[in-house]
Design a binder for this molecule. Structure first.
Ligand SMILES: [Zn+2]
Length: 239
């Protein structure tokens, strides 16, 4: 526990909360700008098992914001390069890698064994698939996204049936929202969004309370906005 000694005095975490983190299995979808920050904090904070899911290879254009990768990693599978560096960060975490685009079948097979899913993918279609599969399996998940100078974070609790799902918040959006490579992303904003998602994930796992709702970060004005999201009785995914 020496490694995590700074967590132990914290009200709401303590030895019991740190033990819950150590016994947790998290599935991380996407090891890009968001996912690198999420993975680094989950592993450094002692998550017991982390499954990394990504189908991409490291490109030079990733390096400004995808902080787990080195110049020498260009061309390597992201899940392999990320696993190598994460294992040196904390040998206590059991790392598992899945190198393919996650399908509904993959999610249905993988999610029941985990305590939490973190979606750090760069597209709306994957987030809707995570929403659908976490709903059917009642698995909590953290949504993180970022674009340009903006970030979004939400903890979703399908294990609590009266709470809103992701489609309740975004039901009217098209299935092809802008993705961040095309629209641009300021590197530190990916880090702020990713570390915020890591906070939500670790807080949920340890038992520390976090505010519900959708949290929007606007780096241009350095402002956070929190929106209460009600369950939509007509939602086609959760109602
Ligand atoms: Zn819904």
């Amino acid at each position: 526990m020496t490694r995590y000694s700074a967590h132990l005095p914290l009200t709401g975490i303590g030895t019991a909360g740190q033990q819950r983190i150590r016994e947790s299995h998290v599935v991380l979808i996407g090891v890009g700008g968001l996912g690198c920050a999420v993975a680094q904090y989950l592993v450094s904070s002692g998550v017991g098992k982390l499954t990394l899911c990504d189908y991409d290879t490291v490109a030079e254009s990733n390096l400004a914001r995808q902080i787990l990768y080195r110049h020498s990693d260009i061309g390597r599978l992201k899940v392999e390069a990320a696993s190598d560096i994460l294992q040196t960060l904390n040998p206590e975490t059991h790392l598992e890698s899945i190198n393919r685009r996650m399908t509904d079948t993959d999610m249905q097979a993988l999610f029941p064994a985990c305590d939490l899913v973190v979606d750090a993918s760069d597209n709306y279609g994957t987030r809707l698939a995570v929403n659908r599969n976490c709903l059917s399996l009642e698995i909590p998940w953290v949504m993180a996204s970022c674009i340009r100078l903006e970030g979004q974070i939400m903890l979703l609790r399908p294990d609590l049936p009266q709470t809103a799902c992701y489609r309740c918040a975004y039901g009217s959006a098209p299935d092809t929202l802008e993705d961040c490579p095309g629209a641009g992303i300021f590197a530190p904003v990916a880090g702020i969004s990713g570390t915020s998602a890591a906070h939500y994930a670790l807080a949920h796992l340890s038992g520390l309370s976090v505010p519900a709702g959708l949290h929007l970060f606007d780096a241009a004005n350095w402002q956070w906005q929190s929106l209460k999201i009600n369950k939509n009785p007509d939602c086609k995914d959760c109602s």
